[in-house]
Design a protein around this ligand. Structure first.
Ligand SMILES: Cc1ncc(COP(=O)(O)O)c(C=O)c1O
Length: 310
């Protein structure tokens, strides 16, 4: 990964190489952390963090769901993020806030283990590659089932839960595919290992609804709104595995990957990125980069040093 200079750690900026934790950090042993993946894009008005408030609110919700009290307010975390982007001099970057139980108490019930918070930022290109964004990726239905709400909390973005995504992604990568698509215990389609999934069926957009074991993706929400604003019908409902194979178009959306067409699922050809996918991808790119007037309210602009009054 590409380093930057500073990481915001527990209230202060620390040089990248010094941002360290103790080996008995609770989160390292048990996965007791909650995090976000956020992006800032270069715009005419400076780096713009896409739907920052939504990401911070989801972080807080994930923390609550796992009994982690965030020691900073969302406004403090927002300011910390602005500060670390500014100090690193980045125009655009990936942003990783994480709150985790630190060093101090072991065992599964460790309410006195301190909660540590860091915000790291660094340059990171499209997660599934620029070629994938342009021409589509090859996906494979995973043999691993998506975590169920009977045993974990799919709507939380918690560190330990990602072992499920890692098993699926690793299986897919080792078999030569770009991404995995996970089904739930009943064989209903959930999502990619790090993205939500959309299909086009008979000209309508279809995506799993909130009762599915999905992360309630912020990109998903944005694409639904853009699609509806463009006049498309979006249906949130269960999707069967076989529908993946007969879809007219399919694409994945997530902060790290952005909007990525799927050109093949389980070696079944879906063809070049279709028209609806291309229209939505173009509008979504405009929204991310501050070129869509109607979605400017989604951007949290990081003020530049020259504009900051001392
Ligand atoms: C499992 C999973 N599903 C969906 C998403 C997409 O969520 P978002 O659009 O909020 O990045 C992500 C990425 O955070 C994810 O990890």
């Amino acid at each position: 990964m590409e380093k930057s200079e500073w990481i915001w750690m527990n209230g202060e900026l620390v040089p990248w190489d010094d941002a360290k934790v103790h080996v008995l950090t609770h989160g390292l042993h048990y996965g007791t952390g909650v995090f976000e993946g956020v992006r800032a894009y270069k715009t005419d008005r400076g780096p713009a963090i896409f739907r920052h408030r939504d990401h911070l609110e989801r972080l807080q919700k994930s923390a609550e769901l796992y009994y982690i009290d965030l020691p900073y307010s969302l406004e403090e975390l927002r300011e910390a993020t602005h500060e670390v982007i500014r100090r690193n001099g980045l125009d655009s970057c990936y942003i990783r806030p994480i709150a985790f139980r630190g060093y101090g108490e072991m065992g599964l019930y460790a309410p006195t283990a301190p909660v540590e918070v860091i915000v790291a930022v660094w340059p990171w290109g499209a997660y599934l590659g620029e070629d994938g964004k342009r021409n589509g990726v090859r996906a494979k239905v995973s043999s691993w089932r998506r975590i169920s709400p009977d045993s974990l909390i799919p709507h939380a973005k918690a560190s330990g839960q990602y072992l499920n995504s890692i098993l699926a992604k690793t299986e897919a990568a080792k078999a030569g595919y770009d991404e995995a698509i996970l089904l739930d215990q009943n064989g209903v389609v959930c999502e990619g290992s790090g993205e939500n999934v959309f299909l086009v069926r008979e000209g309508e957009l279809v995506t799993p609804g909130h009762t599915a074991s999905i992360l309630d993706g912020i990109s998903r929400k944005s694409v639904i709104q853009i699609a509806e604003d463009l006049g498309y019908t979006v249906v949130e409902r269960d999707i069967s595995r076989s529908e993946l194979y007969v879809a007219e178009e399919a694409f994945l959306v997530g902060t790290a990957a952005e909007l990525v067409p799927v050109r093949e699922i389980d070696d079944r050809d879906l063809g070049e990125p279709g028209e609806i996918t291309r229209v939505l991808a173009a509008k979504y790119e405009d929204a991310l980069h501050g070129r869509a007037q109607e979605y400017l309210e989604w951007l949290d602009i990081v003020e530049q040093p020259s504009k900051v009054t001392s």
